[in-house]
Design a protein around this ligand. Sequence first.
Ligand code: PBG
Length: 330
Amino acid sequence: MHLRPRRNRRTPAIRSLVRETVLSPTDFVQPLFVHDGTDDVPIPSMPGCVRWSLAGLVVEAREVWEAGVPAVVLFPAISDDQKTPGAEEAWNPEGLVPRAVRALKEALPGLCVITDVALDPYNADGHDGLVEWDEAGMPRILNDETVEALCRQALCHAEAGADLVSPSDMMDGRVAMIRHALDAEGFEDTGILSYSAKYASAFYGPFRGALDSAPKAGDKKTYQMDPANAREAIREVGLDEAEGADMVMVKPAGPYLDIIARVRESTTLPVAAYQVSGEYLMIESAAASGWVDGRAVALESLMGIKRAGADIILTYYAKRAATWLAERQR
Ligand code: PBG
């Protein structure tokens, strides 16, 4: 026998030499939840995650930054009395997200602050877009009217100082319109991280619990993608690239590694992937039951996402994983 692949695995030093993929804290984006209260409230549906007050948000973001993670993405919990069918709170310059962005940029000017552009936290109906109801009481999501609202929301976030706006709504044509709206107001340096291939996934359940943002009627299948489709993801990515996206995203991540790999081949843009709430919770709950080693499984899941082709990983593990990586030996 002269071919022995095990020779390349013999010692930690050799294994580190031949390692093809290396995870780094600079791969990660930390999602952070924020609310208008003065206390920091643990989220029951997402153990380990917290609805931060503005003051708590800044403290947490500093820890994230000091762990070596370069970016955060903000998700607001909006009180029911601020939710309207027109979602107007989404572009209130004194709203929760613009205040949070200003607080973060003031305290941590180097931190990359990303905002979510979609109407579901603000929309009384829980949909990412504006809704018209049919006779049967089912929602129809209005594309072009929604895109106008998203442009206002993106501008409001850019004015507050967001580095990147991140449309997660899956309306058609929104990247081009947002790019145009930003440029027209002098925000040509504000980037767009587009949720290009966002699937209608059951893995978002815990997140919707965290924000009380589940749709009141109907589902999101007329705008989010069918989990059965792969070619369609390439089409969506191609459109977003042509419309001016600076980065594209696949979401969820773990069950869609084939999509990440195909998207990586189809574009030269940076590719992000979102390890969503349900993926996080499956690992956390198995770890809490003592069934798996949570830290090892979390790092392996992130390695898989990076190996598939993601340059950027949005993950609830960002801060913890960065700390684990710093402790790693060869
Ligand atoms: C909505 C939005 C969702 C997530 C991020 N932005 C939920 C949805 O589309 O219903 C999910 C994130 C997660 O599950 O971790 N704009």
